[in-house]
Design a protein around this ligand. Structure first.
Ligand code: ZN
Ligand code: ZN
Length: 371
């Protein structure tokens, strides 16, 4: 079984991430946005071979030897039974103030101004293309797809199996067959969704904005990579998503290592009211650092983004990496203290918890709608 698991890990890359930056592309433009050095206008993060690189010109590519070294030497952490709150689905209909529900991992239901948005929806048993193998959900989903309110839009950060779950997308499609949500995906992923018979897809490059139903969706650079099979490493883009809904500005980071992208986003897109920032899947650092930030780096990302509030994500749901499942919030709390950030400004939610997020106020757990 171990051999099978290793092979599977190499294909799926579900835990996402090695630390072997390649040399920056000589064709890259200095600001990362344009490449005119070769007399063409290919953006710097688009390589001539059809793959994508990060804004610093590096591609995070996995060495199979490193993967073996990690997988053979690791001790898998213990699965912990986190409590799961069960929101009353009736009370997720038309809330009169902004609220966010943590479904687990990087999946949130954001409800603002009558709009319902999902981030990286994952409601099924495994982050894997196989029903019998691959990272299994340790904590059950607090909601079923059936219990969701009508979804207007969905943002997908990248093609790893813990963020893009075909089964969940097909369930969502079944539920909203006659009034489907609009999917926002980074470049190259429209084809994947079309393969699930999903036609309502907007595919975007970094720094592009698309308006939909009174909302603006902007794809922004983060430091990560992509792979869904043996042959498509970095052939589709990865992104963080900025969503403006009226006065409310939301940023979903997706997966990322720490980088200067966040300070740039904080400068170029000021006034983020709420950000979801990954705090888990970081050990061992020699392997994960380039693609997944630590809780301490997550605290710095919060500072860099100049966000009003943040919520930690990408922890406590699947076992992808080596840190103990309950370690990310503990380390985050210490990092917040060290940086004089209030724990209410960078929250860690319970699975299924619903937070009311009103601009200028501390988030409030809405206890009467969870039990
Ligand atoms: Zn990933
Ligand atoms: Zn991930």
């Amino acid at each position: 079984m171990r051999t099978v698991t290793l092979l599977l890990a190499s294909v799926l890359m579900v835990s996402g991430c090695s630390a072997r930056p390649e040399a920056p592309d000589a064709q890259s433009g200095e600001n990362g946005r344009a490449d005119s050095s070769a007399g063409n206008l290919r953006p710097a993060h688009h390589k001539a071979d059809g793959t994508f690189v990060n804004t610093d010109g590096t591609a995070i590519s996995k060495s199979f030897t490193d993967l073996l070294r990690w997988r053979w030497t690791r001790t898998e952490p213990e699965a912990l039974p986190f409590p799961v709150l069960k929101p009353d689905p009736a009370k997720l209909q038309n809330p009169d103030s902004p609220q966010i529900t943590w479904i687990g991992h990087s999946a949130f239901l954001l409800q603002v101004g009558g709009k319902n948005i999902l981030t990286d929806p994952h409601f099924t048993e495994r982050a894997s293309p196989l029903s019998f193998l691959g990272p299994e959900r340790v904590v059950e989903s607090p909601l079923t797809v059936e219990e969701l309110p009508h979804i207007d839009a969905i943002v997908i950060s990248h093609n790893h199996y813990d963020h893009l779950d075909e089964k969940t997308i097909r369930l969502l499609d079944e539920k909203q067959k006659h009034n489907p949500p609009l999917y926002f995906v980074p470049l190259g992923l429209k084809k994947e969704l079309n393969g699930y018979d999903i036609e309502e897809v907007i595919e975007m490059d970094w720094w592009e904005t698309h308006e939909f139903s009174g909302m603006q969706f902007t794809a922004l650079p983060v430091k990560h990579w992509s792979q869904r099979n043996f042959f498509d490493r970095n052939k589709t883009l990865w992104a963080g998503w900025l969503v403006d809904i009226g006065e409310f500005r939301f940023f979903h980071t997706g997966d990322s290592g720490y980088s200067s992208d966040f300070a740039k986003i904080g400068e170029d897109y000021p006034g983020i009211d709420l950000a979801t920032i990954p705090i888990g899947a970081y050990d061992p650092r020699w392997f994960m650092k380039d693609a997944h930030m630590s809780p301490e780096e997550a605290a710095q990302v919060f500072i860099d983004l100049k966000a009003e509030k943040a919520i930690g994500m990408h922890w406590g749901t699947f076992i992808l990496t080596d840190e103990e499942m309950d370690e990310p919030p503990v380390r985050l709390r210490a990092a917040l203290k060290k940086n004089n950030i209030r724990v209410t400004d960078f929250s860690v939610m319970k699975h299924g918890e619903v937070l009311r997020v009103i601009i200028g106020q501390s988030p409030e757990a809405i206890s009467d709608i969870s039990d």
